[in-house]
Design a protein around this ligand. Structure first.
Ligand SMILES: CC(=O)SCCNC(=O)CCNC(=O)[C@H](O)C(C)(C)COP(=O)(O)OP(=O)(O)OC[C@H]1O[C@@H](n2cnc3c(N)ncnc32)[C@H](O)[C@@H]1OP(=O)(O)O
Ligand SMILES: O=C([O-])CC(=O)C(=O)O
Length: 384
């Protein structure tokens, strides 16, 4: 394996900032060709999955390394439906959380607390971990929708076991069934966000799992990592920016001004892609389609204009978080749920990577390149 540095205590090379380009694990879950703009899950091109697959099928693929046969998919759907019930203690806790709380913080806390009610918690065998992964994948959407309803003074809506995860989430959030096309767009959005190799949150999850801490600990850490604006938190920040810009005429001056001030424009740039992110291709199309369906193309058109200015000024492409923002906004989803929705999808990739880590584990413990002083004398406190 290609690694950046020697493991001996004395050999210290130049450390790539942010571990850029460092290969830190072997994985058969997914790969990215950042030059050609190709993303695969277990060898299957993301475009084929977006065209033909469902989120549930992708969950199976990420956990088992191959597409399910019909009976296996049915079995997974049944297991997910059977696992949807969130323990009453967690729902009680959600009722007591301040309404103003950030839903990502709520999700992080709720996922951590799920372990109290799971007899498999603290086990890392494949069988127990698959049961936990199933519970987490089934329960994250229920928790996010329940908190949104509670903070709006409404009772949570129970999931319908016959619905898929995408349709169920929109149903639980609104208390009414979404349209078929909207539910399919949401399902594809979940497919597109499911996995992305060793991104920051997945890496976090693997580092925690590699200590043989359990899956709840690893996923709680991964949610924390996803929440930051340089990672999954960017989708909410994109929509805030679009609302602040407000009109297509304001796009050019706003973006130029932000760049002149050396500010990051949310939803642009990527550590791996140097060309179009293949997921943005789909989400751009969904942003337009949802805008057309709602008779409001403003956010899509502003996004196109931002894209044009960013390409001209910085040569930067939109990432997965850019067009998901206006797509979800046109679905009427509150801004602060965009990142929890990312987690509802990425739980499949996180758990797949955690399973892979447990299966062939070694503690992840790199070295730091020490750049501080040495041989500094200890000065007693009264003499400093
Ligand atoms: C699901 C995801 O996590 S996708 C990423 C979501 N995050 C965002 O959209 C936040 C905005 N984007 C960014 O901050 C970055 O592009 C990241 C964090 C995604 C990648 O960061 P890095 O690989 O570390 O790139 P880095 O921040 O070093 O940027 C390289 C150069 O491009 C510029 N740049 C990168 N992204 C942006 C941006 N969004 N807006 C303006 N300039 C940018 C940097 O200022 C830097 O320019 P310089 O060399 O002149 O100083
Ligand atoms: O891969 C990354 O660095 C960020 C990420 O999670 C994604 O793009 O989906």
């Amino acid at each position: 394996m290609d690694t950046a540095k020697d493991t001996s205590a004395t050999s210290k090379g130049a450390t790539p900032a942010g571990l850029e380009g460092v290969v830190a694990a072997q994985s058969s879950i997914g790969d990215i060709d950042g030059i050609k703009g190709i993303l695969i899950y277990q060898g299957i091109n993301i475009h084929d999955l977006a065209r033909h697959s469902t989120f549930e099928e992708v969950v199976f693929l990420l956990w088992h390394g191959r597409l399910p046969k019909r009976a296996e998919l049915d079995e997974l759907k049944e297991a997910l439906a059977a696992a949807q019930q969130v323990p009453e203690g967690v729902i009680e806790m959600l009722r007591r959380i301040p309404r103003e709380a950030d839903p990502m913080d709520v999700l992080r806390t709720a996922v951590s607390s799920l372990s109290f009610y799971d007899e498999d918690a603290h086990q890392t065998s494949r069988e127990a971990s698959l049961r936990i992964a199933t519970r987490l994948t089934a329960r994250l959407p229920v928790i996010v929708a329940a908190f949104d309803r509670l903070r709006n003074g409404k009772e949570p809506v129970a999931p319908k076991p016959e619905l898929n995860i995408a349709t169920n989430f929109l149903y639980m959030l609104r208390g009414e069934m979404p349209g078929e096309r909207e539910a399919r767009i949401f399902d594809v959005a979940l497919i597109l966000h499911a996995d992305h190799e060793l991104n920051a949150s997945t890496f976090t999850g693997r580092v925690i799992a590699a200590t043989l801490a359990d899956m709840y600990a690893a996923v709680t850490g991964a949610i924390g990592a996803l929440s930051g604006p340089l990672h999954g938190g960017a989708n909410t920040a994109v929509m805030k920016m679009l609302l602040e810009i407000g009109s297509i005429e304001n796009v050019e001056p706003y973006i130029k001004n932000a760049l002149a001030q050396k500010k990051k424009v949310m939803g642009f740039g990527h550590r791996v892609y140097r060309t179009e992110d293949p997921r943005a291709t789909w989400l751009r199309q969904f942003s337009r389609e949802m805008g057309e369906a709602k008779g409001d193309l403003r956010w899509y058109e502003m996004s196109r204009k931002i894209e044009e200015v960013m390409m001209r000024e910085k040569g930067l492409y939109p990432n997965v978080d850019f067009y998901s923002a206006s797509t979800y906004y046109m679905m009427g989803i509150p801004l602060d749920l965009f990142t929890p929705i990312f987690a509802i999808s990425r739980i499949s990739g996180w758990t797949g990577h955690i399973l892979e880590q447990y299966a062939n584990n070694r503690l992840i413990r790199p070295r730091a390149e020490y750049i501080g002083p040495r041989d500094v004398p200890y000065v007693p406190i009264d003499e400093r």
